[in-house]
Write a protein that binds this ligand. Structure first.
Ligand code: NAP
Length: 409
């Protein structure tokens, strides 16, 4: 019995990993052009399948019968082939979104909800909000009266849901709206799960608005689909387990700290131990520019170097499951901080100033220079980091400290 996911571009899909963790059935990716859909839907080798962008309405039309939820939404994300060969369609995104809201303790009763985007996911969120008693549901669309030029009419929104792809990989760091426009928000949902922390969610965190990304919804909808595929109930605790497993594998480890504190060296040993790739922002700058950092400083000065460094931070921050070693001054820029924190946990490697390496580091001329740099950076390192690790002269000791730290975060 074959199962899988139908879509057009699926190379970044987490579904095979999630379904492997959910059950013992073969689950494959089926990238199909629209012209191949009729043959796909009639392939009797497929006992069931999930459907993603842009084929949820095509699957809806292809089904012989649909659940009430799928009918109300007008889209199908799970199809099972019944014993008589006919197709039954359901929409388990509905359950996924309800689970996401329940997990955060967010209720919709009496609330004004702003939903960004008018596609399939938006229609599903609208049905959930209606079912759960929202007072007012506003769909913000690039077209129509509730467009992005009239957001000020909805300053009183209580809940905001991003059901657009704005901010999704590879267009990271774009935010669909400025959350400061909405002072009453008590929750922000972003259905995007790559990156884990979109620019929108980073805004919400800065404004201390409870928020969540779309991973939990993705896992919850998959669990409900797996139940339909197998006919067996699965404990909801499995959702927590799978979210934790995926977060641990997708999470980057970002090392920050003073120039010469050992970030690059620790990154290498960490990468070997954890079987991960290293993205070293200084090395990335040198590779792109073709000169060493002292040569870049000498020829074009620090501002030019910082521009290259920002590009390196943005590239590294987009990755998942890697180790990122940063230049000592990388986190001075707010943009770099946002780029690096998209998918990661930040560790500040703290080392006594007199023991810092200074060779090849244009700003670390002498101890006075280092003290001055440290004074301006200390607070940023400390507030930006998720944890602080003292650097040991033995790199393996520091590496073990970082590993036990990230396991506990
Ligand atoms: P969709 O049917 O293509 O709809 C997306 C909507 O977003 C469009 O209808 C459009 O609305 C708006 N939009 C598209 N490009 C935009 C842009 N550049 N700027 C502003 N608005 C834009 O996609 P969908 O299936 O609803 O999915 C939407 C998002 O939810 C995607 O990021 C998807 O990955 C995510 N999602 C997550 C899960 C999960 O399990 N976590 C499940 C489903 C979907 P207007 O034309 O009205 O502006």
């Amino acid at each position: 019995m074959q199962y899988g996911l139908l879509g057009r571009k699926l190379s970044h899909s987490l579904s095979p990993q999630i379904h492997t963790l959910l059950g013992a059935y073969p689950y494959a990716l089926f990238e199909r052009e629209e012209s191949a859909l009729a043959a796909f839907f009639s392939d009797e080798q497929l006992a069931g399948f999930n459907v993603t962008i842009p084929y949820k309405t095509h699957a809806y039309a292809a089904c012989d019968a649909r659940s009430e939820t799928a009918t109300r939404i007008g889209a199908v994300n799970t199809v099972i082939r019944r014993p008589d060969g006919t197709l039954f369609g359901d929409n388990t995104d509905y359950f996924g979104f309800c689970h996401m809201a329940d997990h955060c303790g967010v209720t919709f009763q009496g609330k004004k909800v702003l939903i960004l985007g008018s596609g399939g996911a938006s229609r599903m969120v609208q049905v959930v909000c209606k079912d759960r008693g929202a007072r007012e549901i506003i769909v913000v669309s690039r077209n129509g009266k509730n467009d992005y030029d009239h957001l000020h009419l909805h300053r009183d929104a209580d809940i905001l849901v991003n059901a657009t792809p704005v901010g999704m990989y590879p267009n990271n760091l774009e935010a669909p709206v400025d959350l400061q426009l909405f002072p009453n928000l008590c929750a922000v949902f972003d259905l995007i799960y790559n990156p884990m922390r979109t620019a929108l969610l980073q805004q919400a965190e800065a404004l201390k608005i409870p928020c969540i990304n779309g991973l939990r919804m993705l896992v919850a909808q998959a669990l409900r689909s797996a139940e339909l595929f197998t006919g067996h109930p699965i404990a909801l605790t499995k959702i927590d387990e799978i979210c934790q497993t995926i977060e641990a594998t997708q999470r980057n480890v970002i090392l920050i700290g003073m120039p010469g504190c050992g970030k690059s060296t620790v990154a290498k040993t960490l990468a070997e131990k954890l079987h991960r790739r290293v993205f070293d922002t200084d090395a990335m700058v040198e590779e792109v520019d073709g000169r060493t950092i002292p040569q870049i400083f000498e020829a074009q000065g620090e501002p030019f170097f910082r521009t290259l460094e920002t590009a390196a931070c943005e590239e590294a921050g987009k990755q998942q499951g890697v180790i990122i070693a940063t230049g000592g001054g990388a986190v001075l820029s707010e943009r770099n901080r946002a780029a690096l924190k998209q998918n990661g946990v930040v560790i500040y490697l703290q080392k006594e100033l007199t023991t810092l390496a200074t060779d090849g580091r244009p700003l670390s001329k002498d101890i006075e220079a280092l003290q001055s740099i440290y004074r301006t950076r200390k607070a940023i390192y400390e507030t930006y980091a998720d944890d602080i690790i003292p650097v040991d002269p033995d790199v393996s000791v520091t590496t073990e400290r970082v590993i036990s730290c990230i396991c506990s975060l």
